[in-house]
Design a protein around this ligand. Structure first.
Ligand code: PHE
Length: 468
């Protein structure tokens, strides 16, 4: 059984796939507006510190766990102890639920590639209402979401090396080139320096507890941590790979792209005298408005920007679909294609309702919020935080230290000088830091119904998922 399990075809292929998972809407859509709303540079410094101390360590812990067992999220935990199976299950549930809303935004991005050419984005003053009208439309965004799902299914059904890796090897370099081009254009506009200052000149007077909360949440989301995604990708890594180096490379690429997205967006934004703190509409409203003011070249740049955004979203959603598919393949021995087609269909149905919850069905709420927001809060604010916390406790306190050392040094054949530093960070610092953030984050959720529901689901999973 284990012998026939797939692996990544090459180191670069794996790096591109893992970076593809990490680099997503989180970097290009969420990072800029979160940074904008939390004071820019001060947020970025805290974010960088969290990313390279906590995020990097957790990523290495996930890779190590996955490769050690050669099993995806659920199996990797179960292999050690049935009592911990539920942490893997929680990850699979999170991936499933994120796929209920993330592809909706992916669909928006796809449609904006085409909207760039149709002229609807050329009148700067109308762009806000175009976006509003579009996401509330009962049909159009759904069609784009389903197309986005179709792309996911085509890639994941082809498997690891032949599907995810192959697609990532083309898509990721394309993304890097597009973003570099956009950043160069943005940075060379007159007045761009205000944007650079906003990103890099720290003003700590704006830092509050909320800033730390947002920074750690963003680091986890952006690096695809806390839900078994990197455990799953790690389970396909060959025994020859140097895991610490891989984790560092993926973390560095993810951070570079977030900063690059900031450099593509903020200088242009300031050059055209617009507000940085524009919320989730930032890339769909403010960015096209900036492009509209550039004339003809703006059309091309806008299309390139939304191609980049779609690519980023696609390689991330592919990893979410893979987490659920890998569970069915590893634990239930369902053939890959059957697994992918069936779960993607169910996810697509949920996503259709999530899309409708922003418009035609906005009156239909559950625990006080529409489905889109419900899934977002449930996963991002509750499940990822609890998942990350439990992962760190599991790796730091349950898995044997010698086993971790053997796995991260490829049975002692390669050096990992910082092993003890990493081990202690995972064992002591990560659980404390993530626990604080999880408690503060979860208790600050305004929708208390969703909060109790989420905690209840975790409780139920903890009690009943031993057999899964
Ligand atoms: N990291 C992805 C992003 O930045 C989102 C994601 C989260 C993907 C969790 C997989 C798992 O958009």
């Amino acid at each position: 059984m284990k012998k026939s399990r797939e692996n990544w075809g090459s180191r670069i292929g794996f790096i591109m796939a893992a970076a593809g998972s990490a680099i997503g809407l989180g970097n290009i859509w969420r990072f800029p507006y979160t940074a904008g709303a939390n004071g820019g540079s001060a947020f970025i410094i805290i974010y960088l510190a969290f990313t390279f101390v906590i995020g990097l360590s957790v990523m290495l812990a996930e890779f190590t766990l996955g490769r050690k067992t050669h099993l995806a999220a659920v199996g990797a935990y179960k292999h050690h102890s049935k009592n911990w199976t539920f942490v893997g299950v929680l990850g699979v549930v999170s991936a499933f639920l994120i796929m209920g809303f993330y592809p909706v935004v992916g669909g928006w991005a796809l449609s904006y590639i085409f909207k760039s050419f149709t002229g609807v984005l050329s009148d700067a003053s109308a762009i806000g209402s175009v976006f509003e009208g579009f996401i509330k439309n009962p049909i159009q965004p759904i069609i784009w979401t389903l197309i986005f799902f179709g792309l996911n299914v085509v890639i994941v059904a082809k498997g690891i090396a032949g599907g995810i890796e192959k697609a990532s090897k083309v898509l990721m370099p394309t993304l890097f080139i597009l973003l570099i081009l956009l950043a160069i254009r943005s940075l060379t506009l007159p007045g761009a320096s205000a944007g650079i200052e906003f990103l890099f000149k720290p003003d700590f007077s704006v830092v509050t507890g909320q800033t730390y909360l947002a920074a750690l949440g963003q680091a986890f989301f952006s690096l695809s941590l806390g839900m078994g995604c990197m455990v799953t990708y790690g389970s396909y890594i060959s025994k020859k790979e140097r895991l610490p180096l891989d984790a560092l490379t993926v973390t560095a690429l993810d951070t570079a792209v977030a900063l690059l997205a900031g450099l593509a967006i903020f200088p242009a934004l300031f050059a055209f005298g617009m507000e940085p703190a524009a919320g989730p509409g930032l890339v769909f409203v403010v960015v096209p408005t900036v492009f509209a003011q550039m004339g003809g070249i703006g059309i091309i740049l806008s299309a390139l920007f939304f191609i980049a955004l779609s690519v980023a979203a696609l390689t991330s959603s592919v990893s979410l679909l893979e987490v659920v598919a890998a569970y069915l393949i590893d634990q239930k021995h369902i053939p890959r294609k059957t697994a992918v087609y069936s779960i993607a269909s169910i996810m697509a149905v949920i996503a259709v309702f999530a899309s409708l919850s922003l418009g035609a069905m906005s009156g239909a709420t559950f625990l006080g919020v529409g489905i889109f927001d419900f899934l977002d809060i449930l996963t991002d604010k509750i499940f990822l935080a609890v998942g990350g916390l439990l992962l760190a406790i599991f790796v730091g306190w349950v898995v044997k230290k010698e086993d971790l050392e053997r796995e991260t040094t490829n049975e002692g054949t390669v050096k990992f000088v910082l092993f003890n530093v990493w081990y202690n960070i995972v064992k002591y610092i990560v659980p404390v830091a993530v626990a604080i953030v999880a408690v503060l984050g979860i208790t600050s959720i305004e929708q208390k119904g969703v909060m109790f529901f989420g905690l209840g689901v975790i409780g139920v999973l903890a009690l009943f998922s031993k057999k899964l």
